[in-house]
Design a protein around this ligand. Sequence first.
Ligand SMILES: *Cc1c(COP(=O)(O)O)cnc(C)c1O
Length: 372
Amino acid sequence: MNVPFIDFSEQYNTVKDNINSGLQAVFQKGNFILGEEEKNFEQDFATFCDAKYAVGVNSGTDALYLALSALDIKAGDEVILPAHTFIATALCISYTGAKPVLVDIEDQTYNLDPNKLEEAISDKTRAIIPVHLYGQPANMDEIRAVAKKHNVAVIEDACQAHGAKYKGTRVGSLGDIGCFSFYPTKSLGAFGDGGIVVTNREDVYKKVLMLRDYGRKNRYDHQIKGYNSRLDTVQAVVLAEKLKYLDQWNEMRYKAGLYYKEQLKDVEGVTAPVIKDDRTHVFQTFAIRVQNRDQVLEEMKGKGVGVLIHYPIPIHLQEAYQELGYTKGDFPVSEQVADTILSLPMFPHISQEQIRYVCQVLSESVKQLSGV
Ligand SMILES: *Cc1c(COP(=O)(O)O)cnc(C)c1O
């Protein structure tokens, strides 16, 4: 049997006809940039996130960068983020000239550890970026409490958690600003690059609207030095159609996640994801921890199972971030997770038979490598 890491063909069959007709209409009208379909999608997505405003941009990375820029974060400032995340969470800070300051993660959720947050705050700190990694929200109450105490902003990196809830509220509206990616493999994926900034703050909304469109207030009046970072109308058509199914698809991922956990509960040497009971996990990624990870990965690939690592190198050990002056040992949980984490196949339509096969192959590889 072959189980690919992701297979969106069933999803595509569901939305294909409506997407085709929606795209035909855009092709006919030619309103490729900031067409009404794009504006409608922004409204739909804001509503989906329990938020007032949303601004479509050209990637999740740009969503984060424009969010920081909207708060006027710049050289001399510091922004806090977890050490275990995708590199883009750090890059967007560097683009502003501010300094990324790292904090270790929790052993159970793989998200920023609020207990280690306060010691990272200085008088230069302007914002905290919690990442809702793999689809489970970070511990937002404690993070917001520290942010409030020190008067710094909270920008959610929700690029892996579209639709997840924390204490009943959707991610994206849990801080000052929420940022999402529509990279094709995310839970809500475009047919290319895309992203969106979500907020309840009118000042942020107005600023991001200008920042993504050359800094202009109207056609000829440029108030700030903005960028060209818009969500294409064509992508908005695709996303609007898929958004209708997002809750349903997240539920399917969740059920697949529970089935995985059930299958793995007696497999020794494998740590399955922990789901906190005050939040939902939308399983953008189903990540386990396992000893001899690199050999297990090769064994599984050899038996037709698509597996990946998110992520093998924490930010402070990346060559691009040597300038920050961190060394090995500074963030022990992140380092331990980076050495043992392994992402198994996960997509809404994965079957129980496929999951059983993945778990069987995993369990055999683990036994064989541990010499049992
Ligand atoms: C995907 C991702 C990003 C970047 O999004 P792009 O659309 O690829 O630019 C940022 N942060 C996290 C956690 C991501 O998973």
